[in-house]
Design a protein around this ligand. Sequence first.
Ligand SMILES: [Zn+2]
Length: 205
Amino acid sequence: MFESIKDEIILYGKIAGERNLTPGISGNISVRCGDKIVITTSGSANSFLNYDDLCVIDFEGNLLEGTNKASSEKFVHIEFYKKRPEIGAICHFHSPYLTSFAACGCAITEKVLPEIIYMFDEIPLAKYALPGSKLLAQETAKYFDKYNVVLMENHGVISGGKNLKDAYLNIELCESYAQTLVLSKILGGAKILSDSQVNEIYSLR
Ligand SMILES: [Zn+2]
């Protein structure tokens, strides 16, 4: 079941791996299929997925199809889908630059690049909780109403999109932005846009 969706997850996992967005066996990917979710399995490497590394679960987290159990972060994915009916796919990665901000307990709130302000406004930070716990799902879900990309403290980042390409590109763009912010610090600090410049960007939405 869901072969074309599984193929798509395998493709984007490979792309994310080639761009160092999902090192080793970290992170997970899912796609919503009606009342079911196709999700990567526990311990699988996103860059080297095959059909055995993908399973189908319901919205309670029960395994419906697959030989291996679903990623332990399934509850965070489920909460995201429940809160946002228009979200069709989710990527959770430990990409190095975004994860650096998460490791330091820093939300990304500075208003620096118009494209980021227009698309995301800011990238909030959800409070730390044990990976795989329901508490982590609760803490992270607090931001899903308003934001498509959320940092997870001392952990990584999660992104939702209308489809997998969208969810993936959100992380690619935010990771590049996080890198720009880090490099800007070396060069003396990014210039922050004024409130009126930021409001001008909001008016384009
Ligand atoms: Zn993780």
